[in-house]
Write a protein that binds this ligand. Sequence first.
Ligand code: SAH
Length: 327
Amino acid sequence: MSDKPSRFPLSLSSVVDKKKAGAGQGSAGGRAQATTQTAAKNAAQSSQNLPRAPLKPVQQGLSQALRAQPAPLPAANRPVAPSQPLLSAAPAPRTAVKNVMTVTQTNNSSHASPLASEAVRRAMVARVAKQGVADAKVLAALEAVPRHMFVEPGLASQAYIDASLPIGHHQTISQPYIVARMIEIMRQNNKGGKLERVLEIGTGCGYQAAVLSRVVGEVYSIERIKPLHELAKTNLRPLRIANIRLHYGDGMLGLPQVAPFDGIILAAAGLEVPQALLEQLAVGGRLVAPVGGRQQMLELIERVGQRDWRSTTMEQCHFVPLRPGTV
Ligand code: SAH
């Protein structure tokens, strides 16, 4: 990558390597473009890929399996963070009740295969790999996280298509490809992918935080919409992940009390990367963010010195907007 160093403070446009901007688009290295992450597009994509209701028995069975057989994440092979986890280790009774109700309502559990969600997840990961994600550790993390547990029950049968899906409040769960790609880029550091502390801006339903938790030491994730912050807690609780800390607040301000971070990922697009986040990146750290309005590019910003940052444009993408304040 040919990058140009910049002095801080910097406006993002001043550090973007324009030459790279076109190179990552479309075909470069077989990379797929991120698809537009809007509910409308999702609906269109989904209806192309999977028939809508009424579900055929097999799909119904699959959908049931997805809800009724949440694949437990194996205990993470990393130390449990010493401070109080925001996520209680106790299983969520509400989720358990929901699962029981699903089985009872449909009364058709004989179709449910415990392996169904794992099989469709493997197929999803194979597609993501085909699109160009090569990092085996990231692909393994993607395979381990049950994405269907992060979408509404009605969308569970669509959880493993490579698309973003609505999660309410005009927000979306990110497309698996772009989740994997951002983490892959962040891991390409000079420590062989080792990342102690990572910050995610835009928890949404908590899916990317769960994937991140499998490849980094500690994940801090901030969400500005209170009901989504609560949703993420509910979604993550049954997975018993010890190394995620969820925060309700304006992610544009970062978490100065926890900084510096080895990696920062933004799951929402601003016209530029907030300065507070650049300052909270450790020297040698990598920040991955969508930047732009209607046209967005995925940017990598590396902190190369105490006052030096370097930016590289990776590929086209489409995210929901980064907004200030909390609601
Ligand atoms: N990480 C999610 C993607 C969620 S979509 C996933 O795993 O699928 C992006 C999220 O960013 C939305 O929930 C939106 O509310 C949130 N967001 C936007 N601006 C924000 C800000 N300033 N601080 C925190 N979250 C923000």
